[in-house]
Ligand binder design. Structure first.
Ligand code: ARG
Ligand code: GLU
Length: 725
């Protein structure tokens, strides 16, 4: 007994000791706090520049070269003429959008051979951070946790609105204040958004998406996951709507590109827009995600993917139509599976419970603390009991009805219909405008729509909905339909699909073109429309109010739980959860032990692409030109000193979704890679970073240059880059 305690003590001590000298590379850090918290360690790890080089308000710095790409990804400037590099999977929607059977850029790639050939992408934006600021004091001044939540929230919201308005005054910038540490801190972000973003280049999917969804989230990886865009601006270098008169944007900073490559142990930094993490949640949250939500979502998506995969295999047109949708469905499906495995393997629930027990002891040991914090964990337990059920119902219902495309389109029609509802006579202009938006949506919808596939999704998903959720969570219109169909949605489907306006472009167009009061009757007979409306109504009445109440309660608890964790561990430097704001992660190029006796090296090469070559499988069908370059070892100046052509590498940077496309930067501040994924064994890092196995995956920038120059013959694009030999 004694012995065991001693042993534990020694272990704990040496564990802490170890961390004090070489902390794990966990953390997604705030750029303006690098100087204060991180730069010393970064320099110890090999970084040769300063915090000012990363973020500065006084002069051009790396942050001026990094943009949020269309909301979900990161991209960075690599030339003074607005040339942006991001991932192939980040530009996928645009590449797909420009693709037809005749001009299949997804399959064949696309390279603009001159500026005139670059393809505009209406709706796509990139956002640049001008500056950020800690506004915690302004937001939280004289606000205490004892205030009624509603009053508090109102006060906070109005202060945030003030701060934002002030920051925007007299500028073309957009300002936004975001909570950090669960609302314990607030930062202001002032942004500039560009609206003319053109596609410059993309490799064929056989390179840009090599390995497809099979290799996704997995190391070793051989994907050339990059694409090129260019930002255009008005003649004043300011954001402008698309116009042929616009000129390439001249950024304050762009990344020099290094040909030096990476060695195991090299310093790396990832600078970009991580989306969401949940590192400070209680064990109840992990239980909810791992044991309830993820399994249900994985299971329904497995069914979706079976249907979509089969359809894509059967017809090249369907492959184009569904590739982007499928990539999205499959990506999270696979990640959720990896999370379940990782959380299980790390025993994250058990570890959190142990932590909670220690924390509780510490809270109970002091009367003041007990008064302030004693209720948090018990309350969490209650809140998550409810959240588990309501979140599942909400997410699952969404997954079913967003998965049936005819229902999605029907829901879209609601806005137009509502103009006429209740006997109203809407003004003609509003009708026109609403109809135009809907038409544009439908145009794209039908381009990517296959009725037979949707019909299969309809039968399968509706059956699953009834089988999975308790009857009390099923929308009445659904139950009615189920009774009519005698539970057999398959037999019901053809009748609906053959006649509805939502399953055929011509029917849809003529329906909305002549839309008027009398059209409502037709809508009310349409099963898709009725389902769409009824499900929204049902959720709105029976699920969302309670879900919102629980979520708000959790938020209040989260803030207090964060406070107590920081108080308990008062010497630790905490990093805030990702929240789609610009962050820095740093680490080193590093392999890992994947499982017993298996060590993964950190660098993959073209040889590995050839090993995976299989012309029978779309995702592994290596292009002839690439084989030829390989056979001749024709790597130009892009190969590594050992004669290989590097493709990807892994490092210990803490990253998450949204970091796709982020620059991977070396000790001298040069671009060495583009982040695009994480390795399977460490994918649970959104909730628990595992220093042993959490690795980010990047494409080696030399491979991207090699593809542009040697493979695609678009070497002229390199002329505008600054290449460091
Ligand atoms: N897993 C990466 C991310 O989360 C890449 C996804 C795109 N690739 C794919 N095969 N679906 O976005
Ligand atoms: N592929 C992800 C993205 O699109 C990045 C990988 C991750 O989740 O770490 O943001």
């Amino acid at each position: 007994m004694m012995k065991k305690t001693l042993l534990t003590l020694i272990l704990v001590l040496s564990f802490n000791g170890l961390f004090a000298s070489t902390p794990p590379d966990e953390g997604i850090w705030i750029p303006i706090l690098i100087e204060k918290y991180n730069i010393k360690l970064m320099q110890e790890k090999g970084f040769r520049l300063t915090a000012e080089d990363i973020y500065s308000v006084n002069r051009a710095s790396m942050k001026d070269a990094i943009v949020n790409f269309n909301g979900g990804c990161t991209a960075e400037f690599i030339s003074g003429s607005g040339l942006l590099i991001t991932n192939h999977h980040c530009g996928y929607g645009q590449i797909q959008n420009h693709s037809t059977l005749e001009n299949d850029y997804l399959t064949n790639g696309f390279w603009a051979m001159s500026r005139e050939e670059e393809l505009p992408n209406p709706g796509v934006t990139v956002t640049l951070l001008k500056y950020m600021e800690d506004v915690t004091e302004k937001v939280l001044k004289d606000i205490s946790d004892d205030m009624p939540a509603e009053e508090r929230d109102k006060l906070i919201s109005s202060r945030i609105a003030d701060i934002q308005a002030k920051a925007e005054q007299g500028t073309d910038y957009r300002a936004v204040v975001r909570p950090f540490f669960m609302g314990n801190q607030y930062f202001l972000f002032v942004n500039e958004t560009f609206r003319d973003v053109r596609l410059v280049g993309a490799p064929p999917s056989a390179i840009g998406k090599f390995g497809g969804d099979t290799d996704n989230w997995v190391w070793p990886r051989h994907t050339g996951d990059f694409s090129l865009f260019r930002v255009y601006a008005g003649k004043d270098n300011k954001p402008a709507d698309y116009s042929p008169d616009n000129v390439p944007y001249n950024p304050a900073y762009y990344f020099p590109v290094s040909l030096k490559g990476v060695q195991e142990g090299d310093f790396t930094m990832v600078f970009g827009y991580p989306g969401t993490t949940s590192e400070y949640v209680p064990s109840y949250h992990i239980d909810m995600v791992k044991n309830h939500i993820n399994p249900a979502m994985v299971s329904i998506r497995t069914s979706k993917l079976e249907i979509i995969d089969r359809a894509m295999e059967s017809d090249p047109l369907i492959r184009i139509q569904y590739s982007s949708k499928k990539a999205g469905i499959s990506n999270a499906w696979k990640k959720w599976t990896g999370e379940i495995l990782g959380l299980e393997k790390m025993n994250t629930i058990g570890k959190k419970q142990e932590f909670e027990a220690r924390l509780t002891d510490w809270i109970e040991a002091d009367n003041q603390r007990k008064l302030r914090y004693g209720d948090i964990l018990p309350k969490y337990s209650e809140v998550y009991e409810g959240l588990k059920e309501y979140t599942l119902v909400n997410n699952y219902t969404g997954e079913v009805f967003n998965g049936i495309e005819a229902i999605v389109l029907a829901r879209r029609t609601y806005e137009l219909a509502s103009l006429f509802q209740g006997g109203k006579t809407p003004d003609q202009k509003t009708v026109e405008r609403t109809r135009e938006v809907l038409s544009a949506y439908a145009e794209r919808f039908f381009r990517n729509y296959d009725r037979a596939t949707d019909q299969e999704l309809f039968s399968t998903l509706l059956s699953l909905y009834g089988e999975t959720l308790d009857r009390k969570w099923l929308a009445p219109e659904y139950l009615k339909l189920k009774a009519t169909a005698n539970g057999d949605f398959k037999s019901l489907a053809p009748k609906f699909y053959d006649s509805s306006v939502f399953t055929d472009k011509q029917r849809f167009d003529s329906f909305i073109n002549g839309f008027g009061k009398s059209s409502l009757k037709k809508l009310e007979k349409d099963p898709f429309y009725m389902l769409a409306i009824d499900v929204s109504r049902f959720l709105g009445a029976n699920v969302l109010p309670e879900l919102t109440r629980l979520t708000n309660e959790r938020q209040t608890l989260n803030k207090r739980y964060m406070t107590v964790q920081m108080e308990y561990d008062s010497t630790r430097i905490f990093y805030p959860d990702a929240n789609s704001t610009l962050r820095v992660a740093f680490g080193n190029v590093m392999g890992y032990e994947s499982r017993d006796a298996v060590w993964f090296k950190p660098v993959s090469t073209l040889k590995g692409i050839m090993e995976k070559d299989n012309p029978e499988i779309y995702d592994y069908n290596v292009p002839a030109r690439l084989k030829e370059l390989y056979a001749n070892r024709d790597y130009g100046r892009y190969g590594s000193s050992d004669g290989e052509m590097p493709v990807c590498f892994i490092a210990s940077n803490h990253t998450t979704g949204g970091n796709s496309g982020s620059p991977v930067i070396n000790a001298d501040g040069f671009l060495i890679g583009i982040n695009f994924d994480r390795a399977w064994e460490g994918v649970a890092s959104d909730m628990a970073f595992n220093p042993e196995q959490s690795r980010n995956i990047s494409i080696d920038i030399r491979f991207a240059l090699f593809i542009i120059d040697k493979f695609a013959g678009a070497g002229y694009l390199l002329d505008e880059m600054t290449i460091v030999e």
